[in-house]
Design a protein around this ligand. Structure first.
Ligand code: GLP
Length: 244
């Protein structure tokens, strides 16, 4: 779906999420959201906060699982996805703190395998993801599933692609400060979501969007796996769609 601009597109995505939350509430069910960081979802979170404040949208039945976190990374760090999510969303809504799940970048290396298995288990126990929000990296990564990620991959620690670290370098004041690794949900974790919305804005995503939507399905561009998801939508602005 191609929108005139990212503001309109983001409102539309936020509206879908709000409707899902409300329909689950009406049935006394919890709503399990997979959430993303980066610049792409910021306006969606702004709109959800506005709906909470102005339209009584409650997040009391919402459980969230974030896609990824740099490793190692403290929660308090300005660059952490933990900080990002609280600043843009969680601090402004009525979600229960115990319902917020973000991969923990402070787990000791030797405990990480078990931690990742437990993260997957928690998603399952919550009933699975009802909705997964995604951005896309210029490498074709979703979450931090870099090129080479297997369709069956689960939550794990990965090595970041050089391009991804270059793109993050302005946030970290130079590439040398960008962590070399991250914890990420896997491709299979994402693909099991009942609904997926991937958002991309701007000209510098146009090339990877073309490869993702029109290219062959391959772990070289992990986002191409979404072509085989039964309920995934790519939400684009005109610039990101300009090479289709
Ligand atoms: C990071 C995140 C991804 C995100 C990507 C694109 O690598 N781990 O989940 O999709 O950045 O970021 P942006 O939305 O800022 O372009």
């Amino acid at each position: 779906v191609i929108f005139e601009n990212s503001a309109q597109a983001s409102k539309n995505v936020a509206q879908e999420i709000a409707e899902l939350i409300r329909s689950k509430q009406a049935n006394n069910e919890s709503c399990v959201l997979g959430l993303a960081t980066g610049s792409s979802p910021i306006k969606v979170y702004e709109e959800l906060v506005r709906m909470h404040k102005e339209e009584d949208l409650s997040f009391s039945n919402v459980i969230t699982f974030n896609l990824d976190e740099y490793y190692p990374m403290t929660k308090e760090s300005r660059q952490s996805y933990h900080y990002f999510m609280h600043q843009h969303l969680f601090n402004h809504i009525d979600i229960k703190p115990e319902n917020v799940n973000i991969p923990d970048g402070t787990i000791a290396l030797e405990q990480l395998n078990q931690y990742c298995i437990d993260y997957e288990m928690k998603i399952k126990q919550a009933g699975g993801l009802d909705f997964q929000l995604l951005g896309i990296g210029r490498t074709g990564h979703v979450g931090f599933n870099e090129p080479g990620s297997h369709i069956n991959s689960g939550t794990r620690i990965i090595t970041l692609d050089h391009i991804t670290r270059v793109d993050a370098s302005s946030d970290f004041n130079g590439i040398d400060n960008v962590p070399k690794r991250a914890i990420t949900m896997g491709v299979s974790t994402i693909m099991r979501s009942k609904r997926i919305v991937l958002m991309a804005w701007g000209q510098n995503k146009a090339d990877i969007i073309k490869r993702t939507i029109q290219g062959d399905v391959s772990s070289e561009v992990p986002a191409t796996f979404l072509q085989n998801h039964p309920n995934a939508t790519f939400v684009l602005d005109q610039s990101a769609a300009s090479e289709l």
